[in-house]
Write a protein that binds this ligand. Structure first.
Ligand SMILES: *Cc1c(COP(=O)(O)O)cnc(C)c1O
Length: 395
């Protein structure tokens, strides 16, 4: 069989590691394999390398090196943040505030904590996916110990008013955590300016390797150790460091910061082109997420009268990789919790498509994708009894 072209538009699920990232990592698998905890010079050099990487990453969010704790990715960082604060501050209170549109790494951890005696408020969002500040203020209680709100949403791309949320948290003396996995590398982040106390990020969402992430923990937060064992990560998260992952992550961060402005400007141009063509050329569609405050690379659109899953399968046959919600929920028939939270009825939520861009995408690819979507949507609608009834009803 001939190799078909592949167009990858699922960068919110994962991204390819850059060539420079892989090249930076390679020596640490082989000739530079030393365990950073060993005493001899050969290994101590790797300890120094990790310190440098930690500093690069800390700089990227205006934090200090010793506030960065390496983890195995965004999911672990989210678990750690919620569970550690819950445990450490239980004597102050057992109430946590988060939102209905968080990633499952947060939602399922919050549900776990509910089973263990914690009270969780899941804030509603408006029709654009933005957390309502009034609702947040009203939810705060004397026993609230943590507010966890994602920086930007992985499905609909909406960016939250993180600075305002941070200010509210600070005013009430409540710890503020943000899952910045999608925002990191796409938006400038300053933990001091935004009053962020804890922040989760992941390597593979910004052209770094999979299986590496970090949790930023502001100096002064009293948390117990998360993984017990050796003294790595200042004893809070034991285990021999993922040296290759850390080196690759830092390289990816360095490049993401250097290229952020030009890269995201290009993505915004492509995003707007994609949304304009889809809404101009296909009837009965709606764009989901905030029109302006959204990730540079995110397009989320609902097509009436079709199933998103069928659309995905037909796009796949045309060599196009996309998503109908978050990768974690595909396989289940429930519509995305995020789309339901912004008020979409089930049948509209079911017909949704997420296209997330990366810097290797081209306008030419996007035009091909829109042409394919147009054909597929029409074909699926032609097969839909609902669409037939709708058209009959109009005539
Ligand atoms: C991908 C993602 C995660 C999980 O990160 P992993 O590194 O894949 O574990 C968490 N939160 C958000 C918003 C994400 O997009």
């Amino acid at each position: 069989m001939e190799d078909k072209r592949l167009i990858y538009l699922d960068h919110a699920a994962t991204t390819p590691a850059r060539k420079e990232v892989v090249e930076a990592m390679l020596p640490y698998f082989t000739e530079k394999f030393g365990n950073p905890s060993s005493v001899y010079t050969f290994s101590q050099k790797n300890k120094a390398v990790i310190t440098d990487c930690r500093d690069i990453i800390a700089d990227s969010i205006h934090a200090k090196g010793n506030e960065i704790y390496f983890t195995a990715g965004g999911t672990e960082s989210d678990n750690w943040a919620l569970k550690a604060v819950a445990e450490a501050y239980a004597s102050k209170g057992k109430h946590i505030i988060t939102t209905k549109i968080e990633h499952h790494a947060i939602l399922h951890t919050a549900q776990y904590l509910e089973k263990h005696g914690y009270d969780v408020t899941y804030l509603d969002v408006d029709e654009n996916g933005v957390v309502k500040m009034d609702a947040l203020k009203q939810a705060i209680r004397p026993d609230t110990i943590l507010i966890s709100v994602m920086f930007a949403n992985n499905e609909i791309g909406t960016i939250q008013p993180i600075k305002e949320i941070g200010a509210i948290a600070k005013e009430h003396g409540i710890i503020f955590h943000t899952d910045a996995v999608q925002a990191y590398g796409q938006l400038p982040i300053d933990v001091d300016e935004y009053n962020i106390d804890m922040l989760s990020a992941s390597g593979h969402k910004l052209n770094g390797p999979k299986g590496i992430g970090f949790l930023y923990i502001r100096t002064g937060l009293k948390l117990r150790n998360f993984v017990h064992g050796g003294a790595q990560e200042r004893s809070r998260r034991a285990g021999t460091e993922n040296v290759t992952g850390i080196v690759g992550f830092a390289k990816a961060v360095e490049i993401a910061c250097e290229t952020m402005e030009a890269r995201t400007n290009k993505e915004i141009t492509m995003r707007e082109h994609l949304m304009k063509r889809i809404t101009d050329e296909i009837p009965y569609v709606r764009i989901n997420g905030h029109r302006k405050d959204r990730l540079p690379n995110n397009v989320n659109v609902s097509f009436q009268f079709i199933e998103g899953e069928s659309l995905l399968i037909m796009l796949d046959m045309a060599g196009i990789c996309a998503s109908s919600g978050s990768a974690c929920t595909s396989g289940s028939l429930d519509p995305s919790h995020v789309l339901l939270a912004i008020g979409l009825p089930h049948e509209i939520a079911h017909g949704s498509l997420r296209l997330t861009l990366g810097e290797e995408n081209t306008m030419e690819e996007l035009d091909y994708v829109v042409d394919e979507i147009k054909k597929i949507v029409q074909r699926l609608r032609d097969m839909s009894p609902l669409y037939e009834d709708f058209i009959k009803g109009m005539n």
